[in-house]
Design a protein around this ligand. Sequence first.
Ligand SMILES: Cc1ncc(COP(=O)(O)O)c(C=O)c1O
Length: 395
Amino acid sequence: MTGYHCLAIPGPTNMPFEIRQAMERPLEDHRAPDFGEFTLPLLEDLKEIFRTQTGRVFVFPSSGTGGWESAIANTLNEGDKVLTSVFGHFSHLWADMCRRFKLDVDVINEAWGRGVPLDKYRELLEKDKSHSIRAVLVCHNETATGVTSDVMAVRQILDDLSHPALLFVDGVSSIGSLEFHMDYWGVDVAVCASQKGFMMPTGLAIVGVSKRASSLCEKANLPRCFFDFSTMARMNDDGYFPYTPSTNLLRGLRASVDLLLKEGLDDVYRRHFRLAEGVRRAVLAWGLSLCADSPELSSDTVTAIKVGPGIDANEIIKCAYYDFKVSLGGGLSHLNGSVFRIGHLGWTNETMILQALGGVELAMLKSGVLFEPGVGVAAAIKHYSGTKRLVLQAA
Ligand SMILES: Cc1ncc(COP(=O)(O)O)c(C=O)c1O
């Protein structure tokens, strides 16, 4: 089939030409005497994306999962208690990783579609008078359900109770796209990956680490080698890495950071809100509903859509892929078959979103979903154009 393939999944996302061009270069000497002139400013500028002045950012050749592992292994000891909540596929996987590291994991299971249970976090942290909870985990943006949680509110709870637990945040599908303030929110480890808001290929875990988290590294007894913060910090101080870095990905990351900073982070966040709102209006116009339980939880990077009884979401996804060259995200774990997801993060704009929505409409029609053709696309267009209502002129 002719024409571009439309990538409307929540990562990997579309890659800007600037990033592709930056990576399209001969392989280089990562131990060259001037390599630090490239890496030191890059590591410094990444702090702006995480919005930290006091912390530092490490870049590991890995995916986001490795970033999760680095948070745990560098700061905790076997048997340490951590508090977390599961309300989707990714929050589940991080909790599972904590168990595999033999941590004592206190998990609050929430309905998928809800966010971090603030009341329950407060209740459990308040009860923990001996401060045995060493870390609190938050999945900022649950990509499986399209739910964004309130990280600042978790920080507020810890501060209200003067609880010293570390705050770990999974920002894999939020950092670089949604409002994120590592210092202001008092985040100790913030985990991100290259293939989402950074608009790059998969291959880098990008991890923000507070001074406090860094200082725990020497004493933490969990096994680690590849993800050791101290070793990385020592080498990074001079602009080098403890092992062969992916220099081409780092060149791409430089271009990515430049693009984000040039647009301005606040404008990046506003753009994501505007684009997401068009998608949400389309979903409502189709007569379908969001996985997110309430409007304030709706993610601006990914929308998870419930198709309702008698409709197979996988059929829509397959049809969109094979017949219309549109890639949509599937329902993960027990949402398989009942949910499809539209990714709207990274290097995207109104017409790219409309292309995805048009593809969804074609696929839904072909799969027998009943709705007025064009109604979702029209709702998004009205939102993007600021049109309140259509006035048809008589000829
Ligand atoms: C919220 C969230 N956390 C963690 C991960 C895991 O990241 P990776 O697949 O890069 O290992 C993902 C992947 O999509 C994610 O969306």
